[in-house]
Design a protein around this ligand. Structure first.
Ligand code: DQA
Length: 142
């Protein structure tokens, strides 16, 4: 059966490539999407970005119905969103959390994390490679 993989990206990740490149790197979100598709040609990848908390909640609910795996970088909603936490808790897909930077090593407000308790794994601090690491782990397991 074709693996259904949702990759959901939260606020400001549409700015990757130009947004604080010293923290988030020079790769754009399009670069990351292309690399993931190339790395998993046999999987069906749904790749999305939104700046809206409600969209993210709706898409997690959609992933729960359609996806085997959910790779999520919730951006700043990681640190603020109880609504996202609740949606993830109810999600049937396997959840892998990804961050380009390592929030635990940054400002104190980034150490609050509403996503990690709902995830089976977290990858942080490897830049864009973290998305590929998450995908590789999924493909190796299945
Ligand atoms: C981020 C880390 C978050 O703290 C931040 O708000 C982001 C990006 C990351 O990928 O490193 O928007 O999720």
């Amino acid at each position: 059966m074709t693996q259904q993989i949702f990759v959901l990206n939260g606020p400001n990740l549409n700015l990757l490539g130009t947004r604080e490149p010293e923290i988030y790197g020079a790769d754009t979100l399009d670069d990351i999407e292309q690399r993931m598709r190339a790395a998993a040609p046999d999987a069906e990848i749904t790749f999305r970005q939104t700046n809206s908390e409600g969209d993210l909640v709706d898409w997690v609910q959609e992933a729960s119905k359609k996806a085997d795996h959910l790779i999520i970088n919730a951006g700043a909603y990681t640190h603020t969103s109880v609504a996202l936490h609740d949606a993830l808790r109810a999600c049937n897909a396997e959840i892998i959390e990804v961050h380009l930077s390592n929030p635990a090593a940054r400002e104190a407000f980034r150490t609050t994390n509403y996503v990690a308790p709902c995830a089976s794994a977290s990858i942080a601090g490897f830049g864009a490679s973290g998305y590929l690491m998450a995908l590789t782990a999924i493909l190796q397991k299945t």
